[in-house]
Design a protein around this ligand. Structure first.
Ligand code: IPE
Ligand code: IPE
Ligand code: MG
Length: 235
């Protein structure tokens, strides 16, 4: 049996459908989704998860209506400035992955404030993927690699799959368990590099209904997987 996963990642999907099926506006679903995230971050820490990465807003989510994008950005600011205090008090360090270019100044200010406020927290890490795309991350990392090679900081022959992590938005360990709520079975441009040997858990539950015990179910699914990493079972 595997131990508690070191790095859990969640594609928090299904907020809109959760609301629509209840005759509510999509924004209501996002509001409930934010509450679910707060609960899960605290519970993951309690269970001993060291890194929790969550997909909050993708680069492609800018294709949505201005009304929905504005609502989401305001909700994110509200959470970063007020609601996530419990997470901060619990000693969780909050970091962000994604492109700052394209985000509103007030969103960037909220990101910078909470990053600074939690930088010395060492209990565990909450990595919020905001204006995030995995292909964009790999392209951005490749540009940094090219810079380091041209300035002589990195020798071409020294680059490998392990030290490439240093060029990603955050230098985090690989994902052990990747959860996607909300019925879809796809990755939607999420952490493609870090998920290389992740166990993937798809669950029909819409994100606002994904509770602490559902996280425990996903973890016990993970604990029962036989992770071979390309090797052959040897018992
Ligand atoms: C996930 O829920 C949250 C974001 C993408 C911001 P959705 O908004 O994608 O909800 P559905 O998939 O439309 O139900
Ligand atoms: C992925 O969900 C992005 C987030 C959860 C933030 P989407 O709802 O954007 O993904 P698709 O469009 O169903 O692939
Ligand atoms: Mg969706």
């Amino acid at each position: 049996m595997n131990t508690i996963p070191n790095h859990v990642a969640i594609i928090m999907d299904g907020n809109g459908r959760w609301a629509t099926e209840r005759g509510k506006k999509r924004s209501e679903g996002h509001k409930e989704g934010a509450k679910a995230l707060e609960r899960l971050a605290l519970h993951a820490e309690k269970l001993g998860v060291k890194v929790l990465s969550v997909y909050a807003f993708s680069t492609d989510n800018f294709k949505r209506s201005k009304e929905e994008v504005d609502y989401l950005m305001n909700l994110i600011i509200y959470y970063l400035n007020n609601k996530l205090q419990t997470v901060v008090d619990r000693g969780i360090k909050i970091v962000f992955s994604g492109r700052k270019i394209g985000l509103r100044d007030d969103v960037i200010a909220a990101i910078d404030t909470i990053t600074d406020k939690t930088k010395n927290n060492d209990k565990c890490i909450l990595n919020i993927c905001l204006n995030y795309g995995a292909q964009e991350e790999i392209v951005d990392a490749s540009l940094k690699v090219a810079d380091d090679i041209s300035t002589g900081k990195l020798k071409k022959e020294d680059l490998n799959r392990d030290n490439f992590y240093k060029y990603l938005y955050q230098d985090l360990p690989p994902i052990d368990l990747l959860i996607r709520t909300g019925r879809e079975h796809r990755l939607s441009n999420f952490m493609l590099y870090q998920a290389f040997y992740a166990e993937i858990y798809f669950v029909d539950t819409y994100f606002p209904d994904f509770l602490e015990n559902n996280l425990e179910e996903a973890i016990s699914y993970y604990q029962n997987r036989d992770r071979r990493f390309g090797n052959v079972k040897t018992d």
